[in-house]
Ligand binder design. Sequence first.
Ligand code: AMP
Length: 395
Amino acid sequence: MTIKYIDQLDLKNKRVMIRVDYNVPYDKEMKITDDTRIKATLPTINYCLKNECKIILISHLGRPKGQIKPNLSLKPVAEALSSLLNMPVKFVDTPLGDETVNISNELKNGEIALFENIRFYPGEEKNDKSLGELLAKHADIYINDAFAAAHRGHASNFAITEFVETSAAGFLLKSEIEYSQKTIQSAESPFGAIIGGAKVSSKIDVLINIISKVDFLIIGGGMAFTFLKSQGNSIGNSLLEDDLLDTAREITRKAKENNVDILLPVDIVGAEEFDNDSPRGVYPIEEIPDNIIGLDIGPESIKLFSARIREAKTIIWNGPMGAFEMSNFATGTNEIAKTLADSDCLSIVGGGDSVTAINKAGVTDRISYISTGGGAFLELLEGKILPGIAALDRD
Ligand code: AMP
């Protein structure tokens, strides 16, 4: 796939439409609680400002499902962006049409307009061509910088590219592609993946794809118990997907075929109840009592996993090692985050929970790359071509 990047284009005097992902969390007072996604677009916006063009920003927020939902307005985002850039950002809530095309046409070089939530239009999620065409009327150049939405093929990141002359990726999309996609394709060995989280079922495709690419695979979290059970261990009351025992065996067999080590927990921290205050204990994997739920990896597992992480040159991580939202079961996830940060390897972390864990462990600035994508990051790990990226390759 060959796609263009924003720094290969002549932007001067052009109307540059940037699809950004400003799907930021809000509190009840409509205050943005985390502006990471806004900040992540600043390199592209600043580059546009430097290159004297007119900037039109398109984003979604939440799931209004094609209806106008005032509580999902992007207006607070326009204000937040304005204060980050220290310049005005015109917020356009006029419905898309001739009037808004005039607004775009009248923008001067160095001016920015943010349009209202694109998911207020039913055509957005349907990848409606007429909406794509309408959006394209505002753009001489289309830039996609919305990695977190790139696993969706919607009007504002897919249909639109049929109607604009030039489409390219912004700097955020560029770094996501370079770090995540290219790393997975040509990682420096030893290359390991740490996959955790609740269920095997939500990560089967990731596991199957990754197994032929990595040198070792660490499996933690609730999903480890289906693997442990598939190898004949008693797992007490821990999370089990009975119907996936064969899948777990198949993945284990594939790993052997590819000379890939699968590392599973050798001990766990467990409790009788799924409750932070439930009395907990450490159990070797062969000695999990029937009434115990495994809620974190144990100290020996931390040692085992950490030793392999320290030897690695490249690590990708998705999914916590335990039910880390409960502080008494967060140690495993926390320690793995710290080991990763302390290691010299190229570390790439993606997915909401893993990123939260990295932030909680206070090691964010020592991770090589933190993806802004949840679903999009997972689909990259699954080896899928993301529609939002593929649409940029129309020539
Ligand atoms: P996922 O979205 O699949 O990455 O899963 C994340 C969720 O898995 C988090 O909410 C964790 O609390 C949960 N989780 C991790 N380990 C366990 C476990 N051993 N038992 C139950 N839930 C777990």
